[in-house]
Design a protein around this ligand. Sequence first.
Ligand SMILES: Cc1cc2nc3c(=O)[nH]c(=O)nc-3n(C[C@H](O)[C@H](O)[C@H](O)COP(=O)(O)OP(=O)(O)OC[C@H]3O[C@@H](n4cnc5c(N)ncnc54)[C@H](O)[C@@H]3O)c2cc1C
Length: 371
Amino acid sequence: MLGILLNTLPTIAPVLKLLPFGIFKLARILLSSGGGLARRLFRGEAARRVMPGLALHVDVGPRDPLGAALGFMLGMTATTGGYSIPRGGAQALADAMVADLRRHGGEIRLASRVERILTEGRRAVGVRLADGTELRAARRAVLADTAAASLLLDLVERDLVPRRVVRFMEKFPQGWGTFKVDWALSSPVPWSVPEARRAAVVHAGDSLADLERFTAQVRRGELPDNPYLVVGQQTLADPTRAPAGKHTLWAYSRVPSRPAGGWQAHAEAFADRVDARIEGLAPGFRSTVLARRIVAPPDLEAMDANLVGGDLGGGSNAWHRQLFFRPLFPYFRHRMPVEGLYLCSSYAHPGAGVHGMCGYNAAHVALRDLG
Ligand SMILES: Cc1cc2nc3c(=O)[nH]c(=O)nc-3n(C[C@H](O)[C@H](O)[C@H](O)COP(=O)(O)OP(=O)(O)OC[C@H]3O[C@@H](n4cnc5c(N)ncnc54)[C@H](O)[C@@H]3O)c2cc1C
């Protein structure tokens, strides 16, 4: 199933492997809502909330039509291969890729914003940086790790982009915002549930009804009163992340990107709500907190231009923004309307996550085009 979902579309060979019966089983899952599939598979509320909760990493609610695939896929990968945690934190992933790129003669320029994709005829031939420097890639390719709308509205000359694409990008459907809190702790979180004291990641959601309510509130532009949380307890798996004996923690909730009154007015109070949510599940948590840092949606966007409105999902992950429709049909194979230009970010198929497949697949398509 991962072959079907992660490789460059259309993924015919892995689909054929599911014939004849597997394909019907898969279709039955894909055609369900997250909540519908959970009710069909599980009797207890505790189990029913798991997969729809996983789908709330992005903007897929328990009642969304055809919404089951994402939670199912995350649940399946978590319970088969499991997930890895890079020792030293996510920076270790970037460091490893930088080292590999340099070994192959690559060069990296930091703090160099690309302002324009240079074109000749209808072909991308390089980029211009904010300081005016031009980097040429003639007879090669330009791979853009950017937001789709920023690439096609701001970086590429408008006349080269079909009007239909411009119109779509002007109203590009972003996912929800993300509100993240980082803590430094004097001791691990004293969760009431013993299993949570051993888990690298904890998801906080009370029931299917609670997750549905959360989804509805975020969609209405309200700050959720009982925020669904993804909680990372890195130091339980990797003690190098904190000074000896101390612990780190982060949690995020999905939120409206722009609540009424703006984030400045709400950030502290909402962080208190997140604290209270954890305190409720882990009495005594507050007394372990040494320091707290708030990262609201505008802060995320300021750190990384791809996180538009704090959206960590590379745009909406609703079913009609997935697979052949990501970022927009027929551009699902990374090729953009300008020859030699490829979208390789999470705005391309197969979407967000540190699986790296957006870049891997885009590189393969570009290499194939270059012969
Ligand atoms: C808080 C948070 C938690 C997450 N947790 C997880 C997790 O646990 N597991 C998981 O798998 N995924 C997680 N994700 C998602 C994952 O990090 C992303 O899906 C992934 O990093 C996307 O990779 P990318 O290469 O598309 O874009 P990014 O990693 O966003 O990189 C794009 C880079 O390009 C730069 N850029 C953009 N425009 C320009 C320009 N014009 N010129 C120059 N540079 C530009 C940006 O500043 C940025 O540095 C998380 C995301 C967030 C925000």
